[in-house]
Design a protein around this ligand. Sequence first.
Ligand code: AMP
Ligand code: ZN
Ligand code: ZN
Length: 289
Amino acid sequence: MKCYKCNEKAVVLIRRKKYACKEHFNQWVRGRVESVIRKFKVKGKIAVAISGGKDSATCLKLLSTFKDLQIFPFHINLGIKNYSRNCLKAVRKICSELKLEPHIIDLKKEYGITIDKLKGKKCSDCGTIKRYLSNKFAFENKLDWVATGHNLTDELVFIFNNLLSGQVSQLLRIGPVLPSMKGKKLVGRVKPLYFLMERETEKFAILNEIPFYKGKCPYSKEAPTTSLKKIAEILEKYYPDKVKNLVNSFLKIKEKLPEEKFKTKFCKKCSYPSLSKICKFCKIIQASG
Ligand code: AMP
Ligand code: ZN
Ligand code: ZN
């Protein structure tokens, strides 16, 4: 099979009947990322959240090719048995290949807690901690954005999960960017891989020999999102050209939702964003103290 752009032998099927050589696949992937960066005017200093996995490694590699962005990679050591150690190792390797120094936020050293030892932990605690600390890191260092490696598949899973729980207002949280709030401790968030499916970022990482850790979090087996991901993957397999439309349809529905249903409040204790008087992060810290 020939590449859709040149006469080289194709190494990857992009979409139905669209094959590409490595060079043109890379160009296509970067183009997807560039469309998010340019459309939403993402510029300046970007905190890039690196987990050690393929998505955030790909995200970091691609963002580092934009000359007008200043990249600040960071990793949160969550304290999960061997898993966190392996993630950290991969983070160091990815960053050293790109000649970047990662900032490490150590949950144990800084807050005296680990996910392993968290009392009565819920699946969502990990997400709460990651969201909170990434925003705090960017805010304290006066950075303009937090970038994460979330892709189209993750977004589908997020949508399914919330709709299954009847939480329609959570759709206000979807989209390639979530804006900052002037004068508040809320930094804008961007998902540069928003228009790429998981298998596409994986293919990019493998083809370009980006180092990443393949292990899965030991707690993810119990997460409801693990089975929803299988559903998203089936949809992507049978409708590779249409899943983007599905997510875009939800983005249109988001536009119609009344924003006041999901008004951002700020924690009375730490003044970072919260859904109630005291934010979930402060509650987690309090409960483990
Ligand atoms: P996940 O919630 O594990 O699917 O990860 C989604 C995104 O959150 C990743 O692509 C990273 O950008 C970010 N992320 C996840 N875990 C970490 C971590 N331990 N430290 C920093 N960023 C993370
Ligand atoms: Zn080509
Ligand atoms: Zn708080």
